[in-house]
Design a protein around this ligand. Structure first.
Ligand code: NAP
Length: 283
């Protein structure tokens, strides 16, 4: 069973990749910088249970949708048995930055990339679940900093940019995207995958003293080695109770109550917008 962890060169992603290797899984360690990926692969390999486990690195920049597509191809061609997608990579931008394609950086990396990557990998994740008889899983890393509602008039920072505002919007989108993916699977709206094939979760991974937290909030969290434990407990719990909690958003490893009907309308609207922006249409 192969797990893909995006943004596994640092912080929570690196620790999650280590933990997955320690549990015996094959792990694809993704990052944006070749040298950092190489050193993360080395670090993760040290935690593998057996020499037979495949621990491989993939270098792609998620601020580019071309790279997201290339990453999906790398995975499908190289490790077609992928059954877990940890959409973890994220940025906190301290100043307004535009990607080559004009998208604001936070929106591109934290929202467009995970949405597109998941859509591109969905057929493979579903096919592997049917082949092995074991559900595949998608875990989208959101945050307790998520905004209470999506501001569609400023999603791409058309009106204004603020570091916290943009980040909070991106995490609200991650929650909404996860809920909508689950809802679509549950009502049979996707021809290539169903809730029988996939568990879909989003989570707040805890407040952890990573470089992102230090840049945006200061040292107000737990240390990363402790986060590893906390996050691990949550991932284990999600896997064990997957069917029971399928579709849930987790905080402190506990599934949270679902949101209002207004949230349903917003998540459906967001989905259409993300399909348009990324060109990835879920089937
Ligand atoms: N830390 C917290 O307290 C906290 C709380 C709630 C949610 N989160 C979420 O947890 C996730 C992990 O964050 P973290 O705190 O572990 O931050 P981090 O230490 O800064 O790690 C972020 C990871 O994402 C990668 N990344 C950033 N931009 C990328 C791009 N354009 N293409 C490919 N990879 C890229 C980074 O690569 P480099 O190594 O090259 O920088 C790194 O591997 C994020 O989604 C974050 O929003 C964190």
């Amino acid at each position: 069973m192969t797990a893909l962890v995006t943004g596994a060169t640092d912080g929570i992603g690196l620790h999650t990749a280590r933990r997955l290797a320690a549990s015996g899984r094959d792990v694809l360690v993704h990052g944006r910088d070749r040298e950092r990926v190489r050193s993360a692969v080395e670090a993760v390999r040290k935690h593998a249970r057996s020499e037979k486990q495949v621990i491989e690195g993939l270098t792609r920049d998620l601020s580019s949708l071309e790279d997201v597509r290339a990453l999906a191809r790398d995975v499908v061609d190289g490790r077609g048995d992928v059954s877990m997608l940890f959409n973890n990579a994220g940025v906190y931008s301290t100043k307004e930055t535009r990607c080559a394609n004009g998208h604001e950086m936070t929106f591109a990396v934290n929202v467009l990339a995970p949405f597109a990557l998941c859509g591109l990998l969905l057929p493979t994740l579903a096919a592997n679940a049917r082949r092995t008889g074991t559900k595949s899983s998608v875990l989208n890393v959101a945050s307790i900093s998520a905004a209470p509602a999506i501001d569609f008039d400023n999603l791409r920072c058309e009106k204004m940019f603020s570091p916290h505002g943009s980040y909070a919007q991106s995490k609200a989108c991650m929650k909404a995207f996860s809920y909508e993916l689950y809802d679509r699977l549950a009502r049979g709206a996707l021809s290539g995958a169903s809730v029988e094939d996939l568990n879909v979760f989003s989570c707040d991974p805890g407040t952890v003293n990573t470089k992102m937290l230090l840049a945006g909030w200061g040292r107000c969290g737990i240390e990363t080695y402790e986060a590893n434990d906390e996050f691990t407990i949550m991932v284990d719990d999600i896997e064990r109770n997957g069917a029971k909690h399928n579709g849930a958003y987790f905080v402190n490893a506990a599934p949270q109550p679902r949101r209002s009907e207004a949230g349903d309308v917003d998540q459906a609207k967001l989905w259409r917008l993300l399909e348009q922006e990324t060109g990835v249409v879920y089937a």
